[in-house]
Design a protein around this ligand. Structure first.
Ligand code: PAZ
Length: 315
């Protein structure tokens, strides 16, 4: 697979070697402290249409699922590798991604005229829940249990996922893969990509894209065969959702698919395994009081992971 990635995709923009070393050291240190480690993938991928890229194919994913999930995994005691799209939502700060910071900050005069710089103060009414969020953020920083790794292009993502799988493989069943990123199914091989900006004067654009190799298959079979692996399935048609989730489980033989529908992805998901389907949802009341579906997803999955580890140990 590493060779196929090298041949078919433009070289990654990310520093994959440095990220691989950081992930290995992080996994080793937390595992030796007896901690479970989860790799979360989060956000969409950008697929270039030209090698000097002006245009690209993207998708809607904001990274909110991954960022919120990271917080709940940290709260559950996991060490988290957060493999996320550059500028997509980030744990803790995600709550303020839509605010205009200039409205939230106030300029205060220096303590005495001519002494020092003016000071800047945040207005809490623009930052709901900021005290708790700051406390959680700082305690997470001190604990050293979050390792953020960024990707930008599809090529970055694929190379970094392979590196992450290699880093987590030695942890066996105590490693979890939580693959919530919305990864493109299509790409243009590097050898077929035009170098320069596609000219509109050449008329309507027709492109043929190849299928992106399914990383789940080698991940489950070869790269981290003992790990607990969760993939996500997004559909727009509810009629086919559960059938597609079971098809993925049959094909890749991993442990769980979290199935969701575009219109309701913030309030309901189905946790699908080869022998059960559990519906998780948020009531209107819970929604109003700020309960998030990710809290329920992580509560469910950490319990399943615990059983999985116990079973693996007894075999
Ligand atoms: O990133 P987000 O919070 O906006 O959306 C989350 C999601 C829909 C991308 C995720 O829940 C998901 O289903 N990811 C897998 C998509 C797929 O490839 O089917």
């Amino acid at each position: 697979m590493a060779e196929k990635l090298r041949e078919d995709f433009a070289p990654p923009q990310a520093d994959v070697e440095a990220a691989a070393l950081a992930m290995e050291a992080f996994a080793r240190s937390h595992s030796s402290d007896g901690r479970r480690v989860v790799l979360i993938t989060s956000g969409g991928t950008k697929v270039p249409l030209e090698s000097r890229t002006v245009r690209f194919l993207d998708n809607f994913s904001s990274g909110r699922r991954g960022a919120a999930s990271a917080e709940y995994f940290l709260r559950a005691g996991y060490a988290v590798i957060f493999l996320h799209r550059h500028r997509s939502m980030y744990p803790y700060s995600r709550r303020y991604s839509a605010i205009n910071w200039l409205d939230a900050l106030r300029l205060l005069p220096a303590t005495a005229p001519g002494q020092g710089e003016p000071r800047v103060e945040a207005e809490q009414r623009h930052l709901p829940g900021i005290v708790q969020v700051l406390q959680d953020y700082h305690s997470m920083r001190e604990s050293g249990r979050l390792l953020p790794i960024e990707f930008n292009t599809l090529s970055d993502y694929l190379h970094l996922l392979l590196a992450a799988a290699r880093a987590l493989n030695p942890l066996g069943s105590s490693a979890m893969f939580y693959l919530a990123a919305a990864v493109s199914d299509f790409y243009i091989p590097a050898s077929e990509m035009p170098e320069h900006k596609i000219q509109s004067s050449s008329g309507p654009l027709q492109i043929t894209m190849k299928m992106v190799p399914k990383m789940l298959s080698p991940l489950v079979k070869d790269w981290a065969p003992k790990a607990f692996v969760i993939s996500f399935k997004l559909e727009t048609n509810p009629q086919i959702l559960i059938e597609r989730a079971h098809k993925a489980l049959d094909t890749y033989r991993h442990q769980v698919v979290v199935a969701n529908i575009l219109d309701t992805l913030r309030t309901c998901v189905v946790i699908v395994t080869s022998n059960d389907e559990a519906n998780l949802s948020i009531t209107n009341e819970e929604d109003r009081s700020g309960v998030e579906i990710e809290e329920k997803i992580i509560e469910d999955l950490t319990l399943r992971h615990k059983h999985f580890i116990e079973q693996s140990d007894s075999n």
